[in-house]
Design a protein around this ligand. Structure first.
Ligand code: NDP
Ligand SMILES: O=C(O)[C@@H](O)[C@@H]1OC[C@H](O)[C@H]1O
Length: 477
């Protein structure tokens, strides 16, 4: 069993008398590792280290900071299999998906390293003679990166890469369900030539470590991915010292399937958007509205597709899904499935959480004849469950799609140009996918509206979150 240590100011801190937390393999329920529960003093030490390190880190030319990101990317790539095995063991993702995720981490570090020469200010015309107004883009300072358990490797990239190239330093807090990958990353940081204090890692529950981090007044930006209630708590903590927040929270992505779509391609796109990572993805297809003329055919084809989906040992590449992350998540998802039954929907595939062997298993599930108001159509389902409802007109579908407290991703499947244009203009979600699966690109902008978040990740606009605008008025005569 692996034991990890807090990583503060470039060094691992002996665990001493700190309480330790078990990490459980969700496919076997075995304890596979232990991580320390940081104290408030540990969190303060990590933030102090990041604060001190930022003073010189922020003065380096961005292109020099980028070189450290390239170095880390290479180290991650050299250790891709270790990351993949760790990820699958601690959160149950299929090994092929874990390998992909480790690869994304390396490539994401490189993506932002390449942005180093693109951090730009502005010169603005003044109202006065012989004066220039300069806008500078400067680092924010210390960023707290609070991470979920569903993409524990890739999310390291989202929190670290733009911060470092912008000149900020970071304290990472991994989820208690999947902290080991983040500590494996810390080992590479220790081996690298990155200056001490630029990246720090503290583990422990959100109630203590998360609150202490987001409430620390030396933290200038809290960038968090996770649930909406925790996002709200972080906003409150950050408000106490007027820190910025960038929040990527839950979703309830609507999928509109028009009668004129390419049905076979649509079935495959929706399947991939729902069952990746056992349905535990914020951008996943969460509720499907199918136009009446093709409703029965859609249900028949989707039934066939989901019925042949398999789940099991996530180390076996041939299965479609591994386990869910923990027992609690299975219970939350089963509660929603049961609510759909009680509210009159029909379960046509799956619907059970098998308990005949160790692990946190959930059958791939299709629920049809749902109504827009049902819980299963309005509450986030972080699991392998696809609810489907029928609609008649595009107006009706757009109205139901927009009727949500969430606003992260959405999609429409159609071959009609006018329908696409109406959807782009009228569906009010941070992201819309047309005739494809839900999944974002590094160079895009991953951001939710309404209670799905504030700010956003990726691309040039994601980098802006980690920079501050300062202005200088210069009389040069
Ligand atoms: N948008 C997304 O991508 C994700 C959405 N979710 C949604 O959230 C639900 C619950 O998942 P869960 O993992 O519990 O997500 P949480 O939002 O509870 O956790 C996300 C991160 O926030 C930390 N945290 C918890 N409380 C606080 C706090 N008061 N202050 C600061 N940080 C805190 C957690 O720590 P710790 O867990 O160690 O206590 C974890 O590192 C899921 O069912 C799903 O609906 C979940 C994951 C990702
Ligand atoms: O946590 C999530 O589900 C999202 O941030 C997710 O992370 C990796 C994917 O690219 C995102 O949609």
């Amino acid at each position: 069993m692996k034991q990890y240590q807090l990583f503060i100011n470039g060094a691992f801190v002996p665990n001493g008398s700190r309480e330790m937390a078990d990490v459980i393999n969700p496919a076997t329920e075995e304890v596979i590792g232990q991580v320390p529960k940081a104290t408030e003093a540990d969190v303060a030490a990590a933030v102090d280290a990041a604060y001190e390190a930022q003073k010189s880190w922020g003065k380096l030319p961005a292109v020099e900071r980028a070189n450290y990101l390239f170095e880390l990317a290479q180290l991650v790539e050299d250790n891709q299999e270790l990351f993949a095995q760790t990820n699958t063991a601690e959160m149950g993702k299929r090994i092929c998906e874990s390998r992909d995720e480790a690869g994304w981490l390396a490539e994401y570090l490189r993506f932002y390293a390449r942005q180093a020469r693109h951090i730009k200010g502005e010169i603005i015309t003044s109202d006065r003679p012989n004066e220039n107004i300069f806008l500078y883009k400067k680092p924010i300072g210390v960023c707290a990166g609070i991470m979920p358990w569903n993409f524990p490797l890739f999310l390291i990239g989202r929190k670290v890469a733009p911060a470092l190239v912008a000149g900020d330093t970071v304290v990472l807090k991994p989820s208690s369900d999947s902290p080991m990958g983040c500590y494996e990353f810390a080992k590479l940081v220790e081996q690298s030539s990155l200056p001490a204090g630029v990246i720090n890692v503290v583990s422990g529950g959100g109630a203590l470590v998360g609150n202490a981090l987001s409430g620390n007044e030396k933290v200038a930006l809290v960038t968090m991915t996770g649930s909406t209630p925790v996002g709200k708590q972080i906003m409150k903590n950050a408000a106490d010292h007027v820190a910025r927040v960038s929040l990527e929270l839950g979703g309830k992505a609507p999928v509109i399937v028009m009668a004129d779509c390419d049905l076979d391609a649509t079935i495959e796109n929706i399947f991939n958007s729902r069952f990746l990572n056992c349905g535990q993805v914020c951008n996943a297809a969460e509720r499907v509205y199918v136009q009446a003329p093709i409703y029965d055919e859609f249900v028949a084809k989707m039934t066939e597709r989901i019925a042949r989906a398999t789940y099991g040992d996530p180390l076996d590449d041939s299965v479609d899904m591994g386990p869910m992350v923990n027992r609690r998540q299975v219970e939350i998802v089963m509660d929603l499935v049961n609510s759909a039954k009680e509210e009159g929907a029909k379960i046509v595939v799956g619907g059970n959480a098998p308990t005949d062997k160790k692990g946190y298993w959930m059958e791939p599930t299709l629920i049809v004849d749902c109504k827009h108001e049902m819980r299963v159509m309005t509450e986030e389902i972080f699991g392998p469950v696809l609810p489907v409802a029928k609609f008649e007109t595009l107006d009706e579908a757009i109205e139901m799609a927009n009727d949500s407290t969430y606003g992260l991703t959405s999609s429409i499947h159609t071959t009609d140009h006018d329908t696409v244009m109406r959807a782009l203009n009228e569906i009010n979600f941070g992201e819309i996918y047309v005739n494809r699966e839900h999944f974002e690109a590094f160079q895009g902008f991953h951001a939710g509206v309404r209670q799905s978040g504030l700010g956003g990740d990726d691309g040039e606009h994601g980098l802006e979150e980690f920079l501050e605008t300062h202005v200088a008025y210069v009389d040069w005569k």
